[in-house]
Design a protein around this ligand. Sequence first.
Ligand SMILES: C[S@@+](CC[C@H](N)C(=O)[O-])C[C@H]1O[C@@H](n2cnc3c(N)ncnc32)[C@H](O)[C@@H]1O
Length: 268
Amino acid sequence: MVLTSKKVNFDDQAKTFEIRTGLSEATCQAIVKTALDLAEIKPGDSVVEVGAGTGQIGQWFAPESVNYLGFDLSEPMLAEFRRHLDPPRDDFQIVQGDANQHWPVADGSANLIFSSRTLHLLNLEQVVQESWRIAQPERAVVLMGNVQRQKNSVKNQMRDQMQNLLAQNTLQGRKKNQLMRQLIALFTQRGAQVIEPVEVSQWQVVNTPRQSLESWRGKAHLAGIELAEGIKQDVLDRLQIWAEDKFGGLDQPIESEETYILQGVRLY
Ligand SMILES: C[S@@+](CC[C@H](N)C(=O)[O-])C[C@H]1O[C@@H](n2cnc3c(N)ncnc32)[C@H](O)[C@@H]1O
């Protein structure tokens, strides 16, 4: 069994990311408003976004009177973000950086550390250590956002079965909810206070098993693991056979609900 790397690379997804995983504009705006409210952000405060990606959400900090710094490992994702921000602003910085290393942020400077759909991909101990380092010692909150799907949604059933197939190959995929619980526990062990989860927005989606398969075939990784091509093919071929049987075909449209949840911790 050959694992090529544990790092998840989004460079090849930059152009299609928003179409494939897109949140509506209204949802993105609501996420920013709710995050600012939860963190009690005032004009002039500093916001840091970890894994800012294409700026689908981050761009909505721009109309607010905050100093924003968004960083991401993927330069192509950030290039999309810069396209959203026209004209550029002095108090809005978008920089390349690896969140598994030293973050490109000054000590004690951030009032809100925000991250959407990213922290489960990172080294959790590093997230905790760097968050405490950059937190402004009088007032600082860490907020993480994720899309939660109904248990019986086609995407969740496909993902669960894919995790089972990876487990049979002794490759453990990343389980987002479990990792988020672990991350919050790491923060609270160091004295942070939990901010109860808030449902920001809810919407209906219709998906088919084929859409999940095609989106995974186009990626270098499965469940956060970068795999040799032969193993990926094998897992997805077996998943396809399972899905044809389970759903009675790959093109069955299945409706379900998705919810964007913000949760986090108050550091100071
Ligand atoms: C699923 S996307 C989410 C993008 C954006 N936050 C959103 O919700 O639309 C995950 C992002 O995390 C970034 N990422 C993954 N590993 C990273 C790392 N080690 N350091 C910084 N960014 C990373 C990826 O490049 C990608 O842009």
